[in-house]
Write a protein that binds this ligand. Sequence first.
Ligand SMILES: Cc1cc2nc3c(=O)[nH]c(=O)nc-3n(C[C@H](O)[C@H](O)[C@H](O)COP(=O)(O)OP(=O)(O)OC[C@H]3O[C@@H](n4cnc5c(N)ncnc54)[C@H](O)[C@@H]3O)c2cc1C
Length: 385
Amino acid sequence: MEESNSRPEWKRIYRTFAEEVMAPHVRHFDQERAFPTPIHEKAAAEGILNAAFPEELGGAGLSYTDFTEGVSELSAVCPGMTWTLVFNRGALHPVVAAGTPEQKDLFVTQLLKRNGYGALGLTEPENGSNLLAATTRAVKTDSGWLLNGAKCMSGNGTVADVFIVLANTVVDSRKRGLSFFAVPRDAPGVTVSDDIEKAAFRCLPTPSVTFQDVALEPVNLIGRAGDGEALLNDLLATIRIGGAACGTGMVAAMLRDALTWAGERRVYPDDRLDTLSHVQLTLGRLYVELVAARKLVKEATGLADQGLPFGKESAMAKYAATELAVRASNEILQLYGWRGIAADYGVEKRWRDARALTIFEGSSEIQLLNVFREMRRMAMSEEGL
Ligand SMILES: Cc1cc2nc3c(=O)[nH]c(=O)nc-3n(C[C@H](O)[C@H](O)[C@H](O)COP(=O)(O)OP(=O)(O)OC[C@H]3O[C@@H](n4cnc5c(N)ncnc54)[C@H](O)[C@@H]3O)c2cc1C
């Protein structure tokens, strides 16, 4: 992504869109578990639907920093709706990062022109965190590749025109390895299930996708066959910054609303809730943790914008921000009493949505494993800790 000079401007655009366009419809799309098509139409009309793509591919060339701040602003209102709006950039990242000009035109530019969607197929029913063990297989044929396997939890999958699929390639009996394929949804042998019911991110459809003897051409292979691991690591580092930004955006919104609530609500014997020291300590502590998490996110996006490695930093940011979101949503819900679990107040929705953040895009445990490996390498090198 390119460095942009208009940072405050983009943040304002995303915030205005979130508050004016998204907010009035959040409850409806959550309750109906429906893809928010009218919100997407407005986002497309206002030029923010695919703004994070490079300009030459049809986006607005937002920097990582600008885009991440935008994701925070949108997530403050609804993380599920946010994901439907922004995840095209994550799903199509392998093509943006490693596609040929022909592939970028075919799978990104043409798709964006018709406001289409890409979806990511990493997770398999038997391999979630352990992506290296992918059992979806692509076997080399005379005319290209034959793909077989199954993916699940493919965000935006029900509306996607193309799936970016991680598969184990079998080039010959000796050479195997991970590879990415861009698989058109209408290719014979591709089957997309209905959406699944879930507690969080309800308006983001996450169906399963199966591939049965799907014949692919050489142009569908993204990057070199068997060399997909580095691209996978780059993809994971990129998308987890979004997860982190989602966490910080949600926590900021929870704190803002909790301050209003605690400033109005009177409790036994006859004090405002925010005069109780445990409430002040809770909210004060959560704010300190929010500022710390934001700094980690900023560090990761700053490195990414400079083209420097940001894998460890994005793992730390994702871990800190999403664990905080889970904790904050739980502690703040308690301050609302029964209203905390009543749908009218929106507090229970944030509590449900926050719960997904420490699972998707690499769970908290996987982020800590990433951090541990890098920490150990640093400790053993001259760099130190
Ligand atoms: C809202 C949402 C959207 C999603 N979107 C997509 C998408 O677009 N595309 C896609 O491919 N996937 C998507 N996913 C799936 C998501 O990426 C996986 O759920 C995630 O990677 C974890 O895999 P799993 O659920 O199979 O858990 P598992 O891998 O089965 O793990 C189960 C538990 O064991 C822990 N664990 C696993 N390995 C270790 C270890 N070595 N050490 C310690 N603990 C470990 C995990 O942290 C977890 O707590 C989405 C998920 C959600 C919730």
